[in-house]
Design a protein around this ligand. Sequence first.
Ligand code: SF4
Ligand code: SF4
Length: 291
Amino acid sequence: MDKKTEEEIIFAARAKSVDSPVDPVRLKAEDRFCFSCHGGVSCWNKCCHGTDVVLTPMDILVLSRHLGLRPQEFLLEHAITANWEKADLPVAKLKMTGVDGQGACPFVTDAGCSVYEDRPATCRYYPLGLATVKMKGAKDKEDFHFLVKESHCKGHEEDKQLSVKEFRAEQEVDYFDRVNRGWMDVLMKMASWKTLGGPFGKDMTPQTKFMFLMVSTDVDALRRFVLDTKFLEIYEVDPETIEVIKTDDEALLQVGFEWFKNVTFNESTIKMKEKVLQKAIAKAREDIGAA
Ligand code: SF4
Ligand code: SF4
């Protein structure tokens, strides 16, 4: 890792092989590369076998809708839970068939991907990877891309040339990125804090990891958590947002990640109601014997 780098996360680099196929050159939006994937390539569908596809929150929503399943049903049938080691946090991954997940993706057919219009972000990005980096002292994070060049992928030998920006537009990844941003922020922060032993020097508890998995994978459980518990008595959520999140899953995810960032990293992404805050302060003062 670059010495000047404070936080870095590499995401959406689907790769079959463990030998690093990542081309270390950082690509900007206007940078161009040769690539084309179509039914005529000799490697057709090779990348859809034994591959590692982390499911983002948005992937779970769109694939569940595509299959007419609730997210929990979709996850039970098509996903496994794995530890994303960089951040030591649980994520859902697409369940490949075969021994040790080395078989075909459940959605691949001879004609290609049967869920193509709703395929996961990782599949859209391939052969690009997305990295987010925050330089020491910088206020904001910066995204950049890189190429994943695997020897079996003949798409790199095609003549079609396009820029990163054009490829992103073709693959329609912008909306996925917007919805997934809060989730990526948490993964990135934990990846950078892992070396320190988690938030405030402590390891993240199993309960906190469980809540992260719930927020990022199960909007039905998240909706019950926000609307049917004391959540709205504790946190300031404006009435308009409350109405929207009753039916809008993407908006609900944003509230979920704002809450998670607040309780885990103490970020001011969501506010406690004043009377709850005052009560907590009075209790803390009482506990330490202050007047
Ligand atoms: S979801 Fe579609 S593109 Fe992605 S691995 Fe499965 S078949 Fe391939
Ligand atoms: S060209 Fe690459 S992305 Fe397309 S089918 Fe072949 S291995 Fe998969």
